[in-house]
Ligand binder design. Structure first.
Ligand code: ADE
Length: 244
């Protein structure tokens, strides 16, 4: 049974979007993972098919109704039980959520899949988030106009870790954020030509000394992490013993 994602959205045409291309798209066609969408508006009950209403307490924007979103969640979970025989976690994409990182991605990939709830307007009524025990996830400290691009980001990060999706088996493991708990940014990459517009590839990368290449890369990764991401650098344990 392949890893299964369902997006609950008012804009199902935004899926698979960028994921229809490249390795994720090929893997989707090869049924290495599965993606479907549910139109939240289909679960509205009035003749105008209303999905939102004004915020209680006043203020700008509109809030998505809990009853409509709840009915869409029920449908997704019923489909899930039939298709997978396993319950998938409900993930609500929101800037109020826990920041997405590689550890969260690995956790989601280890399960049967995800049901992604994409909000528009000011987001969902808090009561349906609580009733459904939704896992709230943010893709960064900025505000998007809807959850759909965030859902695509989350799916991209997950799908590339699925077995058989990335061609070169180890590159997914080597790169930034692969080391659980003590992530480093990646070292810089070079290819041919060896000299380009007066800029040369570092000698060590042409030396054929694998141990020296590995040491150089490690040093560059550490320097980049220290300079660019002091927050990540300070999370490294002293046992890491790289206290330059
Ligand atoms: N919806 C709007 N902004 C978002 C963000 N930064 N992360 C996840 N979902 C969002």
């Amino acid at each position: 049974m392949s890893w299964h994602a369902t997006a609950l959205t008012l804009f199902p045409e935004m899926f698979p979007g960028t994921l229809g291309h490249s390795l994720a798209g090929r893997a989707l066609r090869e049924e290495k993972w599965r993606l479907d969408t549910l139109q939240i508006r289909d679960f509205a009950t009035d003749k105008h098919r209303t999905v939102d209403d004004t915020p209680c307490g006043g203020g700008a924007g509109m809030v998505m109704r809990p009853d409509v979103v709840d009915a869409a969640c029920t449908a997704a979970q019923q489909m899930s039980a039939l298709a997978d025989g396993q319950e998938r976690p409900l993930v609500y994409l929101t800037p109020r959520g826990r920041l997405l990182d590689q550890q969260v991605v690995r956790e989601l990939v280890a399960g049967p899949g995800v049901i992604l709830v994409c909000g528009r307007y000011e987001g969902l009524d808090q009561r349906v988030i609580e009733k459904r025990g939704m896992r709230e996830i943010s893709v960064g400290d900025y505000v998007l106009s809807g959850g759909e691009p965030a859902a695509l980001v989350l799916l991209d990060a997950c799908v590339r870790l699925l077995p058989g999706v990335m061609g070169g088996a180890t590159s997914a493991e080597e790169e930034s954020f692969s080391e659980a708990g003590a992530p480093l940014l990646e070292y810089p990459h070079y290819t041919r030509p060896v000299e380009w517009e007066g800029r040369v590839v570092p000698d060590v990368l042409l030396s054929g000394h694998h141990a020296e290449v590995a040491r150089w890369r490690r040093g560059m990764a550490e320097a980049a992490t220290r300079e660019r991401r002091p927050d990540l650098w300070s999370r490294r344990t002293p046992a890491g013993a790289f206290s330059h």
